[in-house]
Design a protein around this ligand. Structure first.
Ligand code: NAD
Length: 399
């Protein structure tokens, strides 16, 4: 049975899921540096980390037993994905497990800003009783403009409609409108229509600075702005000017171009101290529920990869969604994507009298992944031939 090394205080569900599947699980509380990691990975098939453990190419090269890395977080920048794939090591993360958390904070921000709760709260703590309805609104009947109608944008669309908001959205890709949401043909059309503008675009390089003075000027006077996507997409100096002039009545910002590295580090931003502006420390997706969901999601992916060969949603290998077939013997073969690999596999199996019951192939750039179910145990000769081919990256027998 595989051994799993889980670092960085992963949610206990991860351990439970892997132990239930029969894995030997070793946990350590903190991150390890590269030398410690190489030492700790001897005899380990599964590595579970969060964002603080770096897994560069030289660590992967020094870990011949490693088969899969579970990144129990959203980002995978800490792992050399290309080197992992070339060494036949699958990497999984949890891209959607905190979607609901982001949506809920966005709803909280929208209501708080529309009711000017931040202003009342600040005044009350300063001992000022300023009972007034001026500038406070219901969200019901107001129009929410969602820029980026992906996982987060669509879920927000549904919840906002349930609050009685009208929803319009703009996305550079073709997207199905949910409920009564209406697609806007241009960003400008959205900005001219919405009372609340919220950004949920992805982090592609082309989105750097996509929202600046020009876009803010197109927003309706007195509207509200949210950014919970990426810090580098918005010009915050322009947002500051718009808040101070009153053109933007309130803003909520969770992400910043430069963010402090550690808890307790000082935080600098031109948005500090502005009225009716909610600032949160990139905690849009940070809830205990999201942590639990991440623990479950990634542990299931890692378990399924080792037990069934399924690479569904792997971030670095060709994706194949596979079920367990109780009676079949399975050959999972990761290889360089060159002509003739399927023919070689099938000819080699036929030469050894092994009958194929099912076969799936997926490719991704320079990689190919073929999973073959056969009716009898695979002879060692077949393994030797296939694993010895120049295009072979990793061959696993799952039976
Ligand atoms: P997603 O990839 O599912 O959706 C992004 C959508 O934006 C896609 O539909 C894409 O076509 C669209 N898009 C990209 N560029 C665009 C542009 N210039 N104009 C209009 N549409 C554009 O991503 P998601 O899971 O919904 O996440 C959205 C963002 O939220 C990401 O940037 C992600 O990193 C961020 N996020 C933040 C937190 C947090 O803690 N604040 C947590 C999770 C995700």
């Amino acid at each position: 049975m595989p051994t799993a090394l889980l670092l960085e205080n992963l949610h206990p569900h991860a351990r439970t899921i892997l132990e239930t599947a029969g894995f030997d699980v070793v946990t350590r509380t903190g991150a390890l540096d590269e030398a410690e990691l190489v030492e700790a990975l001897a005899g380990v098939q599964v590595l579970g980390i969060r964002s603080k453990t770096n897994v560069p190419a030289d660590v992967l090269a020094a870990a011949p037993d490693l088969e899969v890395v579970g990144a129990f977080c959203i980002g995978t920048n800490q792992i050399d994905l290309h080197a992992a794939a070339s060494s036949g090591i699958a990497v999984f993360n949890a891209p959607f497990s905190n979607t609901r958390s982001v949506v809920e904070i966005a709803i909280a921000d929208i209501i708080s800003l529309t009711r000017r709760l931040t202003v009342f709260d600040k005044e009350m703590h300063a001992g000022v009783w300023n009972k007034s309805a001026t500038g406070a609104h219901e969200v019901r009947g107001r129009t929410l403009g969602i820029i980026g109608y992906g996982n987060i944008g669509t879920q927000l669309s549904v919840l906002a409609e349930n609050l009685g908001m009208s929803v319009v959205f703009y996305d550079t890709s073709e997207k199905l409108a949910l409920g009564n949401a209406r697609r806007m043909n241009t960003l400008d059309e959205l900005l001219e229509t919405a009372d609340v503008v919220t950004l949920h675009v992805d982090g592609r390089a082309g989105n750097a600075g996509m929202f600046g003075a020009k876009q803010i000027a197109r927003m309706r006077p007195g509207s509200i702005f949210l950014n919970l996507s990426r810090g580098f997409v918005v010009d915050y100096a322009a947002l500051r000017d718009a808040v101070l002039s009153g053109h933007v009545a309130g803003a909520a910002v969770d992400v910043f171009p430069v963010e402090p590295k550690r808890k307790g580090d000082p935080f600098e931003s031109e948005l500090r101290g502005l009225p009716n502006v909610i600032l949160t420390p990139h905690t849009g997706g940070s809830t205990e529920e999201a942590q639990e969901a991440i623990g479950q999601f990634v542990a299931h992916k890692v378990r399924d990869y080792l037990m069934t060969g399924s690479t569904n949603l792997s971030v670095n290998l060709p994706n194949l969604a596979l079920d367990q077939r109780p009676d079949a013997h399975r050959v999972a073969y990761l290889h360089r994507n060159v002509p003739g690999v399927l023919a070689t596999i099938n000819a080699t199996l036929a030469e050894h009298g092994v009958n194929i019951e099912g076969q799936l192939l997926a490719t991704r750039g320079e990689l190919g992944y073929v999973v073959t179910d056969v009716s009898s145990r695979v002879p060692t000769d077949v393994v030797d031939v296939l694993a010895g081919r120049p295009e072979s990256l990793r061959l696993r027998l799952l039976d």
